[in-house]
Design a protein around this ligand. Structure first.
Ligand SMILES: [Zn+2]
Length: 133
């Protein structure tokens, strides 16, 4: 049994639980590079370093993400690029992820500030006249 799974975040389509779903691999031929980029941007998955995730050779997108539930090979068709994603997916994959990253960065920044602030206060009584905080 192959272990195929849709790469879309929070999407749990696998071969086992989705009988009517077709799995498409990312366009991988040299002349399809633009199309692949469009798919990657559409999927909007981020890697661990917060950059746009790049599909691997075995990465798959299921037909649920194409208008009409089928991928079209016609560039004029809206189903040429995956565009159907659940609201949950959208929120979690980009906004929430980014929000969380921002939140973490802010926490760190505040932490740093607080430390500077505390240091400052510790320093003040000793150098009241020329501290630069
Ligand atoms: Zn999917």
């Amino acid at each position: 049994m192959s272990n195929r799974i849709c790469c879309v975040v929070n999407y749990n389509n696998t071969y086992k639980n989705s009988k009517n779903v077709i799995f498409y691999s990312f366009p991988n031929r040299p002349h399809e590079k633009n199309l692949k980029d469009r798919w990657v941007k559409a999927v909007k998955r981020l890697d661990k370093t917060d950059r746009l995730w790049q599909p691997m050779a075995h990465s798959l997108v299921c037909s649920d993400h194409f208008i009409g539930n089928r991928r079209s090979k016609d560039p004029r068709s809206p189903a040429y690029v995956p565009s159907v994603f659940s609201k949950i997916y959208k929120r979690q994959s980009t906004n929430k992820q980014q929000q969380n990253n921002r939140y973490q960065r802010n926490l760190q920044r505040q932490d740093n500030k607080q430390r500077v602030f505390l240091n400052c206060h510790v320093v003040i009584p000793l150098t009241v006249h020329n501290h630069k905080c």
